[in-house]
Write a protein that binds this ligand. Structure first.
Ligand SMILES: *Cc1c(COP(=O)(O)O)cnc(C)c1O
Length: 486
């Protein structure tokens, strides 16, 4: 299996050659040269596999340059009951992503697939935990090391730290805005005592942290001397790891391959639902893939009009589903590449236009950049939007009618899913976080505190380990250098 860039970069690397990197050298994103296909008989034999074994079967189609025995050790080590143990009472940790029926009305079934039972209570653990083990394996094999440097306002940073803690050959340097994260989120990150994890609280806002990361990444000399890397959502291995739970959800919701299901996915950077697109391209019988956005509705706009228009920071809102607050969707280029028939030269031109003019138009109207919006249906995509008031209403509705507490992102998903139910086709909503992470909104909706998983009741009281720093690029470089050279 070879990979190519959405913008036409000439080399065709293997899986482990793109594993540690982000963008391709031409600024594009990596995709397999062809999507591996899954046959009906394979799907039949996969029905009864454990999550870890299913992950192995899917991963081996993409990671063809990792010996199968090694890959099996990695998936077995990752997808265990001990790692995904933060289940609710009625769920079984053994299932890793348990499926729960919420509603069954007029031939339509609404299901919720739990993806948030990992250590940081959000779906990013599903992929990041595997990434930690894959990175450690490849670095040991190549006798190399990696210093992950990133900025976070919450979910991504904590998922990365919990995946990389204690891993040989890896350090994590994570910037976060000082005193701006919730007490629970800071406690999650800062209570880690592992010597390879460095939390840096920056006296500024999240954008300052991101600018510092960009400044360091632009210093190519520093970057290569200190082996700086990232784990952002465009990382290909993260996308592949996410493909697995679409198969698991489908196989758990159906008895036979003639049945179809739809998925609704609370979306930001289009990473999660991009994995659904890939599962569907591999032959998984998915009917619709429904993108749920919050007030930051770049994607809803595209899937309603064919116009992709990225937002300026003044137009990007801070909402109560903060992990979906995006100005542009960094994985979207992967879908556009398929939508326009894998024409890399056109993808390059379209995304150059995003840089120069803030977007492109595939509506087919006079003066547009193409007419491929008309093919969106063939790929199963639909979209919907949800607001703060919708989240509050949906959290209340779910509490009352489904007897379950849901987090604000999942609420966006359930709101949009209920608008798109089709008779005879089960609708699976992906639960992207547990409510304990977003207590403020739960209190606003339900006037009581969110449930907390066992062992997390006193997390704010644990000793914390972090350093405070000004918005100062040379100081952060010095900090990294001194800890790497130690
Ligand atoms: C990251 C995240 C999302 C958005 O996922 P994308 O892959 O960026 O679309 C949604 N909900 C939660 C809780 C998240 O952490």
């Amino acid at each position: 299996m070879h990979y190519l860039s959405t913008r036409g970069f000439a080399a065709t690397p293997h899986f482990s050659e793109i594993l540690l990197g982000g963008l391709a050298p031409d600024g594009g994103l990596y995709l397999p040269a062809q999507y591996p296909q899954v046959s009906a008989s394979e799907l039949d034999t996969w029905r009864n596999l454990s999550y870890a074994n299913l992950a192995f079967e899917i991963l081996k189609k993409f990671a063809t340059d990792i010996p199968e025995n090694d890959l099996r050790l990695l998936t077995d080590k990752t997808y265990t009951e001990a790692v995904y143990c933060n289940t609710r009472e009625s769920e079984s940790a053994k299932e890793i992503t348990p499926l729960r029926k919420l509603q069954s009305e007029q031939g339509s079934t609404l299901l919720l697939q739990a993806l948030s039972n990992g250590p940081t209570l959000a779906f990013k653990d599903m992929a990041m935990q595997l990434l930690g083990n894959l990175f450690e394996y490849v670095l040991a094999r190549d006798g190399s090391e990696l210093n992950i440097f990133g900025a976070t306002s919450g979910d991504t940073g904590s998922a990365a730290e919990y995946a990389m803690r204690g891993k040989k050959g890896i350090r994590v340097f994570m910037l976060s805005p000082h005193l701006k994260m919730s007490a629970f989120q800071s406690a999650q990150m800062f209570s880690l005592q592992d010597p390879n994890i460095f939390n840096i609280a920056v006296k500024g806002v999240f954008d300052d942290c991101q600018d510092m990361v960009k400044a360091v990444s632009n210093d190519l000399g520093f970057k290569s001397q200190y082996k700086i890397g990232t784990v952002n959502s465009i990382n290909w291995a993260r996308v592949v790891a996410q493909v697995v739970y679409y198969f698991r959800g489908y196989l758990s919701a159906t008895k036979h391959n003639s049945e179809k299901v739809s998925f609704t996915v609370p979306s930001g950077n289009f990473g999660n639902i991009c994995a659904g697109h890939i599962a569907r391209m591999m032959g998984l019988p998915i009917d619709k893939l429904i993108v749920a956005t919050n007030e930051n509705d770049v994607l809803n706009e595209f899937f309603s009009t064919g116009i992709y228009r990225v937002r300026k920071s003044a137009e990007t809102y801070h909402t109560s589903s903060p992990s979906m607050d995006i100005s542009k969707a960094s994985n979207f280029e992967r879908f556009i590449f398929d939508l326009i028939g894998r024409d890399a030269a056109r993808v390059k031109a379209l995304f150059a236009k995003v840089e120069s003019q803030g977007g492109f138009d595939l509506s087919g109207k006079a003066g547009s950049d193409g007419d491929e919006f008309k093919f969106v249906n063939q790929y199963g995509f639909l979209a919907g939007r949800s607001t703060h008031q919708d989240r509050l209403n949906t959290i209340r509705y779910a509490h009352e009618h489904y007897e379950i507490m849901i987090d604000p992102h999942t609420a966006d998903g359930i709101k949009v899913a209920r608008e798109n139910m089709q008779p005879g086709i089960p609708m699976i909503v992906l639960e992207t976080a547990l409510p304990a992470k977003f207590n403020e909104t739960i209190r606003e909706a339900l006037d009581k505190d969110a449930d907390r998983p066992l062992g997390m009741h006193n997390i704010e009281d644990l000793p914390q380990r972090f350093d405070v720093m000004d918005v100062d690029v040379s100081a952060v470089k010095q900090y990294i250098a001194s800890h790497v050279d130690e």
